[in-house]
Design a protein around this ligand. Structure first.
Ligand code: HEC
Ligand code: HEC
Length: 197
């Protein structure tokens, strides 16, 4: 009986870190996530987001909401069949492993647009939730710095136009509502050129 309990405790300890981390990497490859999000989630193809080093709770919520259809804007439909083949436990392992991976490098871009974007980011209250320069989000909110420009533009417009409309994205609809197409691009230039620390 005692020996059994000891074995269980040892097993639990084993599962707590290195073994799980290895599982995350293996799952990411086995489930086909690499094809779109790139090696360790930091080399995505056009239109797909960087997910390396993103907040774990945020990542898990997105996977859950993509799987159950709560987040269902058109571009996300390509990964629905893939996420549907993961279990809730596997998603948790994937989210926790991805959060520990090195974020993608900042991307080169238009400096003048980025400067205008930085001002818009300050003036429209983005800092209150995503932190200065999109680098210090509130607990379980997403990092924005270093995200792909094309992906950011699609998301800001989808949130503005209430196409990506979940309980949490609606918290920021008012902040982006008045953004023109040019302003969306400026904010996306700014964030994609900002290096994650
Ligand atoms: C066929 C390409 C494709 C595959 C395969 C794929 N994804 Fe995605 N994923 C996308 C696209 C495209 C988006 C963004 C869609 C949008 O614009 O809303 C996305 C979004 C996400 C997001 C939300 C990121 C954010 O910042 O909100 C997470 C998390 C994610 N994918 C994880 C995964 C995981 C884990 C797997 C493997 C089980 C996977 N994806 C497989 C294309 C893919
Ligand atoms: C009241 C808090 C709040 C404010 C203010 C806010 N956001 Fe957000 N934002 C969020 C939350 C929460 C999410 C994640 C929603 C979810 O979990 O689905 C988010 C998501 C995003 C995303 C999608 C990230 C991804 O990886 O898909 C972008 C882009 C974004 N915000 C940009 C902005 C910009 C630009 C501003 C300022 C104009 C702004 N936000 C203001 C709370 C806020």
């Amino acid at each position: 009986m005692t020996r059994y309990a000891v074995t269980l405790a040892a097993l639990a300890a084993l599962c707590a870190s290195p073994a799980l981390a290895a599982d995350g990497k293996a799952l990411f490859a086995a489930k086909g996530c690499v094809a779109c999000h790139g090696e360790a989630g930091a080399k995505p193809i056009a239109g797909s987001p960087n997910i390396a080093g993103q907040n774990a709770v945020y990542l898990l919520r997105q996977m859950t909401e993509i799987a159950d259809g709560t987040r269902s804007s058109a571009p996300v439909k390509v990964m629905k069949p893939v996420i549907d083949k993961t279990t809730p436990d596997e998603r948790k392992v994937l989210a926790e492993w991805l959060a520990t991976q090195r974020p993608a490098e900042a991307q080169p871009g238009d400096k003048a647009k980025a400067e205008q974007g930085a001002e818009l980011f300050d003036e429209n209250g983005c800092i209150g939730c995503h932190g200065a320069d999109g680098l210090k989000p509130l607990a379980d909110y997403p990092f924005l710095a270093g995200q792909r420009k094309d992906y950011l533009m699609v998301q800001i417009k989808a949130i503005r136009d209430e196409i990506r409309s979940t309980r949490r994205t609606r918290m920021m609809t008012a902040n982006v509502r008045k953004f023109s197409e040019a302003q969306v691009e400026q904010v996306a230039e700014f964030l994609s050129q900002t290096k994650r620390k």
